[in-house]
Design a protein around this ligand. Sequence first.
Ligand code: AMP
Ligand code: MG
Length: 321
Amino acid sequence: MALNNPIDFQPIFQAVRQAARLCQIVQEHHLVSSEKGGHEPVTIADYGSQAILGRAISISFPDDAVIAEENGGQFMELVPDAERAEVVRLLNMILEIPVTQVDVVRWLDHGHKQESKRTWVIDPIDGTKGFLALRNYVIAAGLLIDKKPAGGVIGSPAYPGGGLLFHAQGGAAFRQPLDGGAVKRIRVSENNTASTIRALESVEKSHANHERMERVREVAGLGGSSLQHIDSMEKYARIAAGDAELYLRLPRLNSTRPFMIWDHAAGAALVQAAGGMVTDLDGSALDFSYGRTLPNKGIIVSNGHIHAQILDAIGRVLAEG
Ligand code: AMP
Ligand code: MG
């Protein structure tokens, strides 16, 4: 399927690079955020980035469906006139074409109602809180084929050692410098030695249950191993690139918030293509067939070699109550 008929990711690479440039300009010159529903921050860069990706998909893959975090209605309703004008100005400068507000809304909403064998899943800035705090964030375009993560592109401007562009295609995973350069194949780490496992989790305490994840690592015998807090799907990229072995995302006990597919589609495709594993608490695959949300409870991402040990530890911690 995907192997027999590979699609050309170049237009998406270019769009992610343009979106990253827009994000960097916003970060340097006009960093303001507003709130959308649920008190989540959103910036003009979220809209600008999604418009760039929507435009690229509308030109290169016009029949594909899109599920994306932001939308044109919200842009018109929540964003003040002067900031909407700023988005238009930035897009005009980066795309080097005349751009109107009507174009921006059309690109933001491109493909949203469409049903197709292929669906692009867009998070224009994943880790907006990290973006605002000048920490880590990514620009992500996952590709679902028949509602399964089959590929994707992740731009990671703040990756340690320099910005990287990751992609998964045809069952293999790759990285290249975000600014251009050689494409290299990546694989997950082979490490399964408890004391040297590198674990990752969200920075934001409201996003996951840090205490319970600590208990899981302890029960799994990883108590003394290293732990880093990183925003965004860059955590998936670090596992895929062999720069870490474990990413746990266990929701807070009182959380009723489902996982959104744009926070996981591109990352899951990348880690799986790099030889790693992505499951929920029960060891089941993430199910991308429910629209914008995942039905799964909890997410475990690993290099595969320590996955069974972690699932077992989670089972024991859940039994503790
Ligand atoms: P991370 O930086 O890995 O925590 O992931 C960032 C993503 O977490 C954002 O894109 C949001 O979709 C999601 N998020 C925001 N608020 C919450 C919350 N209260 N609980 C769980 N996830 C959240
Ligand atoms: Mg996100």
